[in-house]
Design a protein around this ligand. Structure first.
Ligand code: NAD
Length: 409
């Protein structure tokens, strides 16, 4: 690369940007044609959503079947490039249908905005000064977002923490059907000068916390022993105990949960990074551990998940992206509360299926079948060749691109 400095790059049209990058990076005609074709449909939308766009990255949108959440059947769209993720949800959900599916509970959709106050000598006095202004704080916050207040949301509480040398003011705001980042950030910024006045300190950062622990969702399901087998029940309990005792295992356990949660988030235009950050920070609150837990009732397996679920059906890309709108429609979701509950259910069921596979045949057998198809595609297979090459690689026990290429000639 001769230079990464391209003055005025953002002012070029998408086609001009692609041509510029193609030139600098030495893309061949086929690569440029692919990137151009990929953007043919959603390129303009992508241009509005992000910056310096040259094309669109297509991610598969699958639909998980078999879920019953709080007594209602639901089809769940999932956007993920990882094989086995959608299949795992379908299988795990089928195995708990007879026992009623997944039952959920959710907190009110409250987000936390943080205002950091620096330069204070008497932190306790400053803390009291802020708490004494609760009514003024409520009025200021609600004044920022009359629409939110009309919908039943708005300021709920103020908390003041001391973190090292800083005073940290937490604004707790019910954001209704929004993820709420912009909504609460606006409030934190608006309130900052007042907080400086009340405390005599200087405000530093003003932004939401992604540790959305006022917006937890819980989901629970029962998998009957006569459906999954006593050995699987015991195996899943053992796999969960491993995660409960070992953060190295818990990280992978929780990653599997996020395979499901993040895929629904992406399909609905939600902020996957906010969810990831919140989930892992919550999992680490008392020493990093699993977001789910499992136990036995009678002979049956019961599983439960608890995690923050800051998702919206308004704001961000949720309204702007037609695929997100279609995904919400497929789910029949009309509130952020319902979306959060369905996503917790997906996270739980995903985790159940991953643990079942790990505790029985191992993850590779199922996973590798789908992985083999990806390897075949990467090696240049198309159409019927994909399944033929994948099947042959699996039969040989050699799922590698060089093997796929050899099988293609
Ligand atoms: P937003 O500001 O676009 O929409 C929320 C607003 O919509 C509310 O303030 C309200 O006025 C209005 N509204 C209309 N109908 C509503 C309803 N039924 N319920 C609630 N509000 C309704 O979006 P947002 O949700 O405040 O912010 C989400 C975006 O912020 C995401 O794109 C996220 O990526 C981004 N973001 C995230 C972070 C972070 O996570 N750290 C930081 C900054 C921005």
């Amino acid at each position: 690369m001769s230079t990464s400095r391209i003055p005025g790059f953002h002012n070029l049209t998408r086609e001009e940007r692609l041509a510029k990058v193609a030139d600098l990076a030495g893309l061949d005609a086929a690569q440029v044609a692919h990137l151009t074709a990929a953007a043919a449909h959603d390129g303009d939308l992508a241009d509005h959503l992000s910056e310096n766009v040259i094309s669109v990255m297509a991610v598969p949108l699958g639909v998980a079947t078999n879920l019953i959440v709080d007594g209602a059947e639901v089809l769940v769209p999932m956007a993920s490039e990882e094989s086995s993720v959608v299949a795992a949800v379908c299988n795990g959900a089928r195995a708990c249908r007879e026992a009623g599916g997944i039952v959920t509970q959710a907190d009110d959709p409250c987000m936390i905005a943080q205002v950091q106050v620096t330069g204070l000598d008497d932190l306790e006095a400053a803390r009291a000064a802020v708490l004494a202004q609760k009514q003024a704080i409520a009025a200021e916050c609600d004044g920022c977002d009359p629409m939110l207040v009309r919908l039943g949301g708005g300021f709920r509480d103020v908390e003041v923490r001391i973190a090292g040398p800083f005073l940290v003011v937490h604004l707790i705001v019910d954001v209704r059907d929004a993820m709420g980042a912009n909504a609460v950030n606006t409030m934190a910024e608006r309130l900052a000068p007042k907080i400086e006045g009340w405390t005599g300190g200087k405000v530093g950062l003003r932004i939401l916390s992604n540790l959305a622990d006022r917006r937890l969702v819980r989901a629970r399901a029962t998998w009957p022993a006569d459906e999954i087998g006593a050995e699987t029940v015991a195996g899943i309990i053992g796999a969960w105990e491993f995660a409960a005792h070992d953060p190295y295992r818990a990280a992978t356990h929780n990653k599997g949960i996020m395979n499901g949660v993040a895929a629904v988030a992406l399909a609905t235009g939600n902020d996957t990074r906010a969810l990831e950050a919140g989930a892992h920070a919550f999992a680490a609150k008392d020493g990093y551990g699993p977001l789910t837990r499992y136990w036995i009732e009678g002979a049956d397996l019961v599983g439960e998940i608890e995690m923050p679920m800051p998702v919206g059906i308004v704001g961000g890309a949720t309204r702007a992206h037609p695929t997100a709108q279609a995904s919400l429609r497929i789910m029949g979701v009309e509130t952020a509360d319902r979306l959060a509950r369905v996503m917790a259910a997906v996270g739980l069921v995903q985790n159940f299926s991953a643990l079942r596979a790990l505790a029985t045949e191992g993850i590779q057998r199922g996973h590798m079948g789908l992985h083999a198809r990806n390897v075949a595609i990467a090696a240049g297979a198309s159409g019927d060749e994909i399944d033929r090459v994948a099947a042959e690689m699996i039969a040989r026990g050699e799922i590698r691109e060089d093997v796929a290429r050899e099988l293609l000639v």
